[in-house]
Design a protein around this ligand. Structure first.
Ligand code: T46
Length: 137
């Protein structure tokens, strides 16, 4: 199976005291959350990512500010601008991703299906493409 991405919309409880958004396991997230991590203090000229995962599924949010995610399933490259804390980007396994154009003070939060495991990474693009060719259709 090929990798894919899709947008996930979360509820927003609007209030004069401020907005509230929540994420529920088994409801908004199609996997068990085993890890949460966040990127912050990111220099505006930083480039992050540059890898794909063997098994990991994730949902990426811009909790504050904005940044660009470029995703590549080995055939098509697409760009998503994350800037709305209610909207996450679900990224399946076997998707190459790069992140850049972080705004000043941007905070990126990621919900992940597994704990951190360096062995799950393809950090070489050609190795990722070769692995895709070995996938059953
Ligand atoms: C992804 C994008 C969106 C850990 O020890 N634990 C962790 O949970 C993570 C995510 C990283 N690390 C270590 C591994 C590296 O030594 O932190 C260092 C930086 O990780 P990396 O270069 O992979 O960071 P990014 O921002 O390029 O990528 C991360 C995730 O690794 C990746 O899965 O999709 O954010």
């Amino acid at each position: 199976a090929k990798g894919f991405v899709r947008e996930i919309s979360l509820p927003q409880i609007h209030d004069p005291r401020g907005d509230l958004t929540f994420v529920e396991g088994q409801n908004h997230v199609p996997f068990d959350i085993n890890r949460v991590y966040y990127l912050y203090n990111v220099p505006v000229d930083a480039v992050r990512g540059g890898h794909a995962h063997r098994e990991l599924e994730q949902i990426v949010f811009a909790l504050s500010g904005s940044f660009r995610m470029t995703v590549d399933d080995g055939v098509t490259r697409s760009e998503y601008w994350l800037r709305d804390p209610r909207k996450g980007l679900y990224i399946s396994r076997l998707v190459w991703r790069e992140m850049d154009a972080f705004s000043q003070g941007a905070v990126c939060m990621v919900l992940a299906s597994h704990r951190y495991n360096e062995a799950d990474y393809y950090r070489d693009y050609n190795q990722f493409i070769a692995a895709l060719r070995d996938q059953p259709q």
